[in-house]
Design a protein around this ligand. Structure first.
Ligand SMILES: *[C@@H]1O[C@H](CO)[C@@H](O)[C@H](O)[C@H]1NC(C)=O
Ligand SMILES: *[C@@H]1O[C@H](CO)[C@@H](O)[C@H](O)[C@H]1NC(C)=O
Ligand SMILES: *[C@@H]1O[C@H](CO)[C@@H](O)[C@H](O)[C@H]1NC(C)=O
Ligand SMILES: *[C@@H]1O[C@H](CO)[C@@H](O)[C@H](O)[C@H]1NC(C)=O
Length: 355
């Protein structure tokens, strides 16, 4: 008699124990809880935001999570007007609460060694405390999906510039510097030879092969990318431009580039257009003492295969960018808020499923 009583009591205690354990297990599997834990440990000043999230539904929290974990990589090509755009992101990062990081690459290399490729990819992906983040640096396109990192890939953006303009700008920049860091003595300071004279004398500094830079930056880390005149590299650059880049603008239309970014990624770029228009950043970092090349110099450069291929990539990027711009507007209308909606959703959400 007494033993049966104890037996039932034991069963009761065991059952309640199981119930408590199960309850904890299920509640800690709630996605909102997981988010709360992550942000608590990672960043205390996100606490306010997290409190707000608790009132959201799971799918709303997931949407917000996309923004909070956003990583944008701007693998800028030297002398494409990138400084003014990067300056803009530094101005915005405090107000919009994201991090900007410069990738300083040893010895100005554009290609990482294999151990560094995987180290970089893992570091960027795992570094939660920096997210949302904007990374910028003179790095050739690097494919994250090759590195076995299952997490979301970053969004690549870039700007391209007319190849001859870029070369001429770089040529004078090496000799006279710019108004951004006016006192820095550049490699070729003191050399007063003009670009025209250089081309006429067929010197190294104005060799059209020096224009082979935008193609390899878009092409990436393959050996073939860095062979001036490679048709494969041009094709690969084009493929990456449309398949792997979120947005590629042109230096000549930077205002439109900033506007489109603000519309597409407001989490980072909210207020960017206004700020860009107000500040005189678009005129920032003008190369000093730049002389426009003579028509015969231009004609000579345009005969080179490298110019023709670089120009093809530029025109390709321009067409793509204009297409993206055009799609912002419905025919005869102003900007569209959202140009899709869902309909014919079956089975009906409000009718409970009957067995
Ligand atoms: C942006 O450019 C302005 C000069 O126009 C400079 O005063 C400011 O320090 C720059 N900001 C950063 C973060 O480099
Ligand atoms: C990168 O780091 C080196 C070494 O600290 C420094 O000398 C160089 O100025 C940095 N590069 C840039 C672009 O800031
Ligand atoms: C990423 O690299 C930086 C600098 O080397 C380091 O401080 C940081 O802890 C790394 N982040 C992760 C998540 O490994
Ligand atoms: C911007 O440029 C205009 C002329 O181009 C000048 O009048 C104005 O003072 C500049 N503003 C700032 C904030 O530098």
């Amino acid at each position: 008699m007494l033993t049966t009583k104890y037996f039932f009591l034991l069963i009761l205690i065991a059952a309640s124990l199981i119930f408590v354990v199960l309850f904890h297990w299920f509640s800690s599997n709630d996605p909102e809880d997981r988010i709360l834990v992550r942000y608590d440990t990672v960043n205390n000043d996100r606490f306010q935001q997290v409190r707000h999230w608790q009132t959201m539904t799971n799918s709303e929290a997931l949407q917000a999570d996309f923004d909070e974990r956003l990583v944008v990589i701007y693998n800028r090509v030297p002398k494409t007007g990138s400084t003014s755009f990067v300056n803009l992101t530094y101005d915005l990062c405090r107000k919009n609460a994201f991090h900007v990081l410069h990738i300083n690459i040893t010895a100005n290399m554009h290609v990482f060694s294999l151990p560094n490729q995987i180290r970089f990819v893992r570091n960027v992906t795992a570094w939660e405390a920096m997210k949302p983040a904007f990374y910028h640096g003179h790095l050739a396109y690097l494919d994250f999906s090759k590195m076995g990192v299952p997490a979301a890939k970053p969004l690549y953006i870039n700007l391209v510039r007319k190849p001859l303009d870029r070369l001429v700008s770089y040529y004078y920049f090496l000799r006279y510097g710019d108004d951004y860091r006016p006192h820095l003595v550049r490699h070729r300071a003191g050399d007063t030879m003009t670009f025209d004279e250089c081309v006429a004398k067929q010197k190294q500094d104005c060799d059209p092969n020096n224009m082979w830079l935008q193609i390899p930056f878009f092409c990436g880390h393959a050996a073939e990318c860095w062979k001036p005149g490679s048709a494969w590299a041009l094709q690969e650059a084009k493929r990456n431009l449309v398949n792997e880049y979120f947005l590629v603008g042109v230096t000549e239309e930077m205002t439109e580039f900033v506007e489109l970014l603000e519309m597409a990624l407001p989490r980072l770029f909210r207020g960017a257009s206004d700020h860009f228009a107000k500040s005189n950043k678009s005129h920032l970092r003008k190369t000093k003492s730049k002389v426009e090349p003579l028509p015969e110099t231009v004609a000579k450069i345009q005969q080179s295969l490298v110019w023709q291929m670089e120009n093809e990539l530029y025109q390709y990027a321009l067409e793509q960018f204009h297409f993206a711009q055009m799609k912002l507007h419905a025919p005869g209308k102003n900007a569209l808020p959202q140009d899709f909606f869902y309909e014919k959703i079956k089975p009906n959400q409000n009718v409970p499923v009957r067995n």
